[in-house]
Design a protein around this ligand. Structure first.
Ligand code: ATP
Ligand code: MG
Length: 388
């Protein structure tokens, strides 16, 4: 009954138990197991200290000893093992002032955010469920462990995590937990944008994204986050690609600079920029040169967005693809001439005209004005660019 891909984790737990310590599967893996959902990373919590774990296994990697985490290499597979810990006083709403290792599982479960994430599973398949995690999962409730207001006071990111889990699981945020978010929403501003970005990415790619956006609005969190969050815009949106999610967020907001606010990568920014440009091209009527410039995935994303935004679409997706495939070249790189060639054909000095000429040549080829052939392009060059 324990999933096959957990065999490595079970072996590791058994070894730890044989050495006289406790070890359990904990956190998201237990939640997803109870939900019958696939979860790839299995976390193990143990009563053994990091150095005791290192002594049990021949091959370990020290990834975060100060937080109690050791990677155990088991048959080439890395398995994360973390010592039971508590987190004492949080003076800044985002980090514990100190991490203390403890020998007691209950202490470790108590510091976790939501009841569904605060369960442990033994290697024999027995649940340790001290906070009614399974009951709340059955009721589809996201419920803070302990007093919600205190828990969000310790770490404000948990408020956003509550919304994220609601969007992923289509669960309701339990009333007291929800009220506490409303009261403390402003403290989300204390959290690093990179961490907020991670949670928003998960909301944008969740199966019930509109539910998540709705929660951002109604909890008050949205007021303290850059950009507008309007659930109606997200009702039919569905993507498992975070870049597509961020591009859509920017489209809805008509503001690509939001990616800077959220510290998104340059790659994310580039994708969004291209999608928004392709979107505008599709609206004006897509030209051949546009079809050359944008990759199929960018065009497809922009096309999807047109439909979502209920823009009038005069061309089918099939036609877009066909017209792109029918272009004489599929990339500007396929042009039969280079800057060297045009330099040789002209008496003019090196300068920006070379790049402009190559662009004009690409346009001419794409629009069927000249064949992509060196000699033909030379004739075209003398006839239209360099008449001297
Ligand atoms: P996912 O499936 O998205 O990875 P997860 O529940 O595994 O979800 P993680 O961020 O990987 O989430 O964290 C693993 C576990 O650590 C959580 O299940 C929870 O028990 C605990 N945890 C993570 N972040 C926090 C937090 N900010 N406050 C309290 N407990 C947390
Ligand atoms: Mg996880």
């Amino acid at each position: 009954m324990i999933p096959k891909h957990w065999q490595g984790a079970i072996d590791v737990i058994k070894s730890i138990e044989n050495a006289g310590f406790e070890a359990f599967i904990v956190g998201g893996a237990v939640r997803d197991y109870y939900l019958n959902k696939k979860n790839h990373d299995v976390d193990i919590a143990t009563s053994a200290l990091p150095e005791e774990i290192q002594a049990i296994f021949p091959q370990t990697i020290d990834v975060g000893i100060e937080h109690g985490t050791v990677l155990v290499m088991h048959k080439g597979e890395p398995i994360e093992v973390t010592t039971y810990r508590t987190e004492s006083t949080y003076s800044d709403h985002r980090r514990p002032d100190a991490v203390h290792f403890v020998r007691n599982l209950a202490e470790d479960l108590k510091r976790r955010d939501f009841t569904m994430n605060a369960m442990a599973l033994s290697q024999t398949g027995e649940y340790i469920d001290l906070y009614e995690g399974r009951k709340h999962i059955d009721e589809q409730l996201i419920c803070a462990v302990g007093i919600a207001a205190e828990r969000f006071g310790e770490d404000a990111l948990r408020m956003l995590r509550a919304v994220r889990f609601a969007a992923q699981l289509n669960f309701t945020i339990e009333a007291e937990t929800f009220a506490a978010i409303g009261q403390q929403a402003t403290s989300i501003e204390l959290i690093a944008m990179e961490r907020i970005q991670v949670e928003l990415s998960k909301i944008f790619t969740a199966s019930h994204v509109a539910q998540g956006i709705h929660y951002l609005e109604t909890s008050g969190l949205a007021a303290y986050l850059p950009g507008q969050f309007d659930a109606t815009a997200w009702h039919n949106f569905n993507s498992d690609n975070r870049q597509v999610g961020w591009a859509y967020f920017c489209l809805v907001n008509e503001d690509a600079t939001l990616l800077t606010n959220y510290r998104c990568s340059n790659k994310d920014k580039q994708f969004t920029k291209l999608v928004l440009e392709a979107y505008d091209c599709l609206i004006r009527g897509v030209k051949r040169i546009d079809l050359l410039r944008f990759d199929l995935d960018v065009l497809q994303t922009a096309y999807q967005f047109m439909k979502l935004r209920k823009q009038e679409v005069t061309i089918t997706w099939q036609e877009v693809q066909q017209r792109k495939q029918a272009l004489p070249i599929q990339s500007a790189k396929e042009l039969a001439i280079t800057g060297q060639d045009v330099m040789m054909w002209s008496a003019k000095k090196r300068g920006p005209w070379i790049k402009e000429t190559l662009e004009a040549a690409v346009s001419a080829v794409v629009n069927g004005e000249v064949t992509n052939d060196k000699q033909q392009l030379k004739d075209w060059f003398h006839a239209t660019i360099d008449e001297g």
